[in-house]
Design a protein around this ligand. Structure first.
Ligand SMILES: N[C@@H](CCC(=O)N[C@@H](CS)C(=O)NCC(=O)O)C(=O)O
Length: 212
């Protein structure tokens, strides 16, 4: 089975898919999406994925989009990271709505958007929303070692999507001791890799994207 993941290193959403495929022991190859040069906004890309997003997984001619769907597919294929199923999915959905959506937007705003397009109000709003999502994770991780209970699931592999990146976006591991310990546990899972080691990036200067 040939698995091709359309992704780029800076994408925490793609990282969730790449990390899950890797930890599930599936062989996959990356296809670089030149996001910062507008590759995902071309008509061809929209034909490929009507949502215009990365990641996209190609499985023998079929395409699959949304990191949570790719994660679920990989977990079901291999019988890994899906117990208990409802709790695992509950944390994937929580991530997609409350964690990665906000973390991705805030990090993008602070690092990849040209400075003259940035807004302090947007930063404050996203920061407050993200902190309340971190508080939810911190509370759960004070009770159980993994978000869904005793074992790691795709819920953990979703919620960590943006949390290993070096660009600061208001997340300091020292502020969240239970999250900090959990990130250390996750990084100790056999096969774990940092997003910038797992997925391709464009070499050179830090990219910025002009909003269209
Ligand atoms: N819910 C989606 C989010 C995917 C997403 O937003 N990906 C970003 C890159 S991190 C993207 O491709 N955005 C396209 C755009 O903003 O034009 C998922 O989890 O796959």
């Amino acid at each position: 089975m040939t698995l091709r993941l359309h992704c780029f290193g800076e994408s925490g959403n793609a990282y969730k898919a790449a990390l899950t495929l890797t930890l599930c022991g599936l062989d996959w190859e990356p296809v670089f999406v030149d996001f910062f040069r507008g590759a995902s906004r071309t008509p061809e890309y929209r034909d490929f994925n009507v949502m215009g997003e990365a990641p996209v997984l190609e499985v023998e001619g079929r395409t699959m989009t949304q990191s949570g769907v790719i994660q679920l597919w990989a977990a079901e294929q291999t019988g890994r990271f899906l117990t208990p199923r409802e709790d695992a999915l509950r944390w994937v959905l929580f991530d997609n709505h409350k964690v990665s959506s906000q973390a991705g937007a805030l990090r993008f705003h602070l690092h990849f958007l040209p400075e003259d397009k940035r807004s302090p109000e947007v930063v404050d709003w996203l920061t407050a929303r993200l902190r309340s999502a971190f508080q939810v994770m911190e509370s759960q991780l004070q009770r159980t070692p993994w978000l869904a209970g005793a074992d790691p699931t795709i819920g953990d592999l979703a919620c960590c999507g943006y949390l290993y990146y070096p660009e600061p976006f208001g997340f300091d591991r020292a502020d969240w001791p239970a999250i900090d310990a959990w990130l250390t546990r996750l990084a100790a899972l056999p096969g774990w890799q940092h997003p910038y080691d797992l997925m391709p990036r464009r070499a050179g200067a830090s990219p910025t994207l002009k909003p269209t």
